[in-house]
Write a protein that binds this ligand. Sequence first.
Ligand SMILES: [Zn+2]
Length: 338
Amino acid sequence: MTGVTVLFPELASEIDARLSSLHRIVDTLHEVVEGTRQESPIFNISIFETRAGAISTMRKLYSELQKLTAIVVKNGAAAEALHREELKAAQEGLNRAQSQAADGARLAIDRQPEAARPTWSKITSINEPVAPCRAVATPITPAPVVVRGPVRVVGNIVVDALILPLTLKSVPEIFAAVVPGDLCYIPHWNHFAVRIGGCVLHANLGCIYRGAPSRGTEKPECVKECRRAKCTGGAECRYYHDPENFAGSTDVRNFMADSWYYTPAASPARYGTRRIGSAGDIEADIRAISLDEARRFLHQTAHDVLCALILWQHVLAPAQRQKTTETSAPKMSGKVCP
Ligand SMILES: [Zn+2]
């Protein structure tokens, strides 16, 4: 039994007692009032007695009202304090349970063997409401705060995206927050991301170098992934540092124009061309493609998806809206009715 359930009957009985007392005083007051009305204009000692009685009754009334006010103030304050205390204790208990559950979920992720990591997407989903807390054994992941807003890609080019919170630190946490069907922005990577099936594609808009650079011009950078042992990903390294592998990297991968040019893996391919994508050769190509090339293809696809969404938001969707407006507007005949 909590204090609240005991407190209120006590309060109620005290108030009840005071109200009964007040009723008695009010009855007395009625008698005094009636007595005053019946007073004779002729001097009578009873006038003073009646008046003295009225004054005494009103003093009692004042005293009882003060007591009643004191009871209400005291019990009201006590009830409020108890309410605050119990709410605080309940909130602390809930916080503890959530934190233990989140620790449990993190532990479960850490204990997963490497091959089982693709199941991360099942652990958290930003669109799912937080489950009510029933037991510590039920994993509770507080939903991260995700906002939608315009994100500048380059120059005046802005796209609408879901901006993931900076509180998401690890790659699994970030990947789990990339919801399917939307463009997400990972601010601490400076990358946009989309999820298609289990695959998370992420990139920002890179530069495309056309052909071999002439002497004296700036050498292409970030066109290949860094494979240097112990590289810290600093500005002195000209390779691309994928934030998946280099914590804190905000590198944007660039490409050579040739990497969109398809040549089958089986053919004497030009260096750096695209080696997969044609139906007739895909079975042979998939056997020949290297992991580096496969990763580059995914990075290129992410780059292309971002380009496609920029085109959609800036060119195609406005054109479609314009067309809808034109077709829904009333047609003017051009003729003036007589
Ligand atoms: Zn490097």
